[in-house]
Design a binder for this molecule. Structure first.
Ligand code: NAP
Length: 294
């Protein structure tokens, strides 16, 4: 039998993502011991009750003691506070990674708190659901999905290889890119769609009472799909928009221009403009299905 990839793994924040990772690590025998550090007593209790970790604590020093890998999985706005709390207790050689949805802000917030000899490999699994907390996690969440790693210049290649090996072992496909590129790509593929969903559902909610009821009744006509996205965690998404401000503002500008062009086409009865656009977008959907990411 081969030895697990890691001895002790500490998961900071045992929500949807880290609880899924814990389940996957267990399923694939990749760690000997799993510990969680979480400020929520409810989340710690649930993680222990569900048997997805061996120990749960709110004490940073106790949590990272002996950990070969620390995975930061809190909302991105809390990550600086996490790094400040664990930093002084990290042992040389420890690998720190994260699962945050933005990368420039996370690198900026974590790096100053990590002591020399600790290797940081920023990461982001492109997988998730609109649910939060340890009960919502499942071991197969990352299988067949991409995980993006944004290694730092001059970072330790062995640490990068170990983090890559971990994601591959649980069935993820791994790609490397620089944090700036990551934030631009995610602004269009994830952040803008969420902002649009929050806006549409918010607009519907502001409609007068009788219209609002009809919106719910006839939601299957398109609105329903937006409500699923708009049900995503408010704290997590607040932090993502504040953490990826530049790229999101840029993509909103582009989107607004394109929306105005379609608005104009509708106003002037330019059916061919609409049809051409809709044909192009249909091809994108087909490409996603072909890439097995639907
Ligand atoms: P989640 O289910 O909301 O869980 C986060 C957990 O972290 C909660 O138990 C929370 O406790 C705890 N926490 C908050 N601040 C903390 C602190 N300072 N120290 C220790 N624990 C703390 O979150 P998630 O959906 O798993 O998301 C986690 C990260 O993954 C985020 O950075 C997000 O951007 C990223 N991500 C999410 C998705 C997705 O679809 N959900 C996909 C990819 C990446 P409280 O509840 O008491 O605050």
């Amino acid at each position: 039998m081969t030895a697990p990839l890691f001895d002790t793994v500490c998961l900071v924040g045992i929500g949807l993502i880290n609880s899924s990772l814990a389940r996957a690590l267990r399923k694939h025998d990749l760690a000997r011991r799993l510990v969680t550090l979480d400020i929520s007593a409810e989340a710690r209790d649930a993680a222990l009750r569900l048997g997805i970790v061996d120990a749960a604590t709110a004490d940073a020093a106790e949590a990272v003691k002996g950990a070969g890998l620390v995975v930061v999985g809190t909302p991105v706005g809390a990550m600086e506070q996490v790094a400040a709390a664990i930093g002084p207790h990290l042992e040389p050689g420890t690998i720190v990674t994260d699962v945050g949805s933005v990368k420039i802000a996370v690198v900026r917030d974590l790096v100053p708190h990590l002591p020399d000899g600790v290797h940081f490999v920023p990461g982001h699994p492109i997988a998730g659901t609109e649910h939060s907390g340890p009960e919502a996690g499942f071991a197969e969440l990352f299988a067949g999905r991409w995980t993006i790693l944004t290694p730092l210049p001059g970072g330790d290649p062995k640490a990068l290889e170990k983090v890559r090996a971990l994601w591959s072992a649980i069935g993820a496909m791994v790609e490397e890119m620089d944090p700036h590129h990551h934030d631009q790509v995610l602004a269009i593929t994830s952040h803008l769609p969420h902002l649009i969903a929050y806006t549409i559902v918010g607009t519907a909610n502001d409609l007068e009472g009788h219209l609002q009821q009809e919106v719910i009744k006839f939601s299957a006509s398109g609105f329903r799909d937006f409500t699923r996205i708009a049900a995503s965690d408010p704290i997590m998404w607040r932090d993502i928009f504040l953490g990826n401000k530049e790229a999101v503002l840029e993509v909103i500008q582009r989107f607004t221009e394109d929306l105005t062009a379609l608005q104009r086409a509708i106003r002037w009865g330019e059916g061919e403009v609409l049809e051409e656009r809709f044909r192009e977008t249909r091809a994108i959907r087909r490409a996603i299905i072909d890439a097995k990411q639907a």
